[in-house]
Design a protein around this ligand. Structure first.
Ligand code: 13P
Length: 358
């Protein structure tokens, strides 16, 4: 072997050592996000999406109201017992709590790791009518450095895969998995844990078996791309959909069937090196999302933490209680705190539907 080759190897060794050092931090952060008994609050709705949520309760979406609503969630008593991480939208990462403390610092001070949604949304995929690809890679390295400076320790990127006639296409699955992997590699390079979110949508009349098949194929492609892009699996959190019946399917699978099908799919397609799986709720009711998670954890042990990263399923009861009224912020906070507590119970399989009424 020539001298040049030796130098090359020595350099690779050094790079490898540096990388492993970074990765110890990443894997520690990933583990903290899905620590036993805890999950993630997704409060990263884009401005148009939070606008829709507010419109649902007849409230106009303004910057101060968005801040009031979200700081109410973050300051809920005992939230840190059940919430290990909070996904923020860029606007929120730059906002402050009512007492002036920057929101990322406030969250970190309470032991809830702040994260940031970094994708620029799902856009129509050229050549594949009805399908989408998530954009946002251009300039991402620089944005990640800035977000890290503001206190973010993890990031989120959501890919959406629709089920329909002839869908998903190979092209759609590949394009989305490739973008997820490029995003994840950039995050790890910049010292942030990537939440890798390939969401197979529940819209449609398909049976649960079709969701299982598509979810498995999508996960295979995602992990293939993550490997090609040299993403360290110990330093990611996977945020998948559960395996459920299509929302317009006449025969809806029950709680036990969803838990079985989801675990079967994940065990066949998700490597054990991944520290945690944090499900999205994807339009399930708050009660269903909690019951499904609990049924899965009742079947523990699993190779990874089985946790939640819910948006709607954590916030819907709080939004309903709030109604945009300052004097109802406390009721909203109570509703959110109760949802967080019940999902905390679901982390150990100890949730029961009877607890809802209490
Ligand atoms: P839902 O739980 O409402 O699906 O939202 C989670 C999320 O962050 C989607 O990207």
């Amino acid at each position: 072997m020539g001298k040049g080759m030796n130098t090359l190897h020595a350099r690779d060794d050094q790079k490898g050592r540096n990388r492993r050092m970074t990765n110890a931090n990443l894997s520690e952060t990933a583990q903290a996000m899905v620590a036993p008994g805890k999950g993630i609050l997704a409060a990263d709705e884009s401005t148009p999406t939070i606008g829709k949520r507010f419109a649902g309760i007849g409230v106009e979406s303004t910057e101060p109201l968005r801040r009031d609503y979200r700081s109410m969630l973050f300051s809920a008593p005992s939230a840190e017992q059940y919430i290990g991480g909070v996904i923020l939208f860029e606007e929120t990462l730059r906002q402050s709590m009512p007492d002036g403390e920057p929101i990322p610092q406030y969250l970190a001070g309470r032991g809830m790791i702040p994260g940031i949604k970094v994708d620029k949304g799902a856009k129509p995929l050229a050549g594949c009518p009805g399908e989408k690809v998530t954009e946002g890679l251009d300039g991402l390295r620089e944005r990640l450095a800035e977000y890290r400076g503001l206190g973010a320790r993890f990031a989120k990127w959501r890919a959406v895969i629709a089920i329909g006639e002839g869908a998903p296409s190979d092209c759609c699955v590949h394009a989305n998995a490739h973008a997820l992997a490029r995003y994840a590699a950039l995050c790890q390079e910049g010292g942030l844990v990537p939440i890798v979110e390939p969401e197979v949508l529940m819209d449609g009349p398909h049976p649960i078996s079709r969701c299982e098949q598509v979810t498995g194929a999508v996960l295979d492609e995602v992990f293939d791309q993550l490997e090609r892009h040299r993403v360290e699996l110990e330093g990611i959190v996977l945020k998948p959909n559960m395996v459920v019946s299509g929302s317009e399917c006449p025969a809806q699978a029950g709680v036990e069937e969803v838990a079985e099908a989801t675990l079967r799919t994940l065990k066949a397609h998700v490597p054990a090196a991944v520290p945690g799986i944090a499900f999205l709720s994807g339009g399930q009711s708050a009660e269903d999302a909690t019951a499904h998670l609990s049924a899965m954890n009742a079947r523990a042990p699993h190779p990874w933490e089985v946790s939640f990263s819910y948006g709607r399923a954590l916030q819907a009861p709080a939004l309903a209680a709030w109604q945009g009224k300052t004097d109802q912020l406390v009721d909203a906070q109570r509703a959110f705190g109760e949802r967080a507590r019940l999902n905390g119970l679901a982390r150990t399989g100890d949730y029961r539907p009877e607890l809802e009424a209490a």
